[in-house]
Ligand binder design. Structure first.
Ligand SMILES: [Zn+2]
Length: 70
């Protein structure tokens, strides 16, 4: 489930919220002042790559065989 960052236009409170795809069309209420006048901020999560390094499994295997031969 993606996490989005919202900013409250009433009090300026910034909060993060996990939003199911079915709820993307509506904005959540501010947890601080309960106003629904909130807007989605551009999330930094979307641009962050969470893929593990491509060579991690390879290096682990070679290290194992090298240890056996030593
Ligand atoms: Zn607020």
């Amino acid at each position: 489930m993606p996490i989005y960052e919202y900013e409250c236009r009433e009090c300026g409170y910034i909060f993060e919220k996990m939003v199911p795809l079915s709820d993307l069309h509506q904005t959540p209420a501010c947890p601080d002042c309960a106003s629904r006048n909130t807007r989605k901020k551009l999330s930094t999560f979307a641009t962050r790559t969470d893929r593990p390094a491509a060579g991690s499994s390879c290096s682990t295997g070679s290290t194992g065989s090298r240890g056996r031969f030593a």
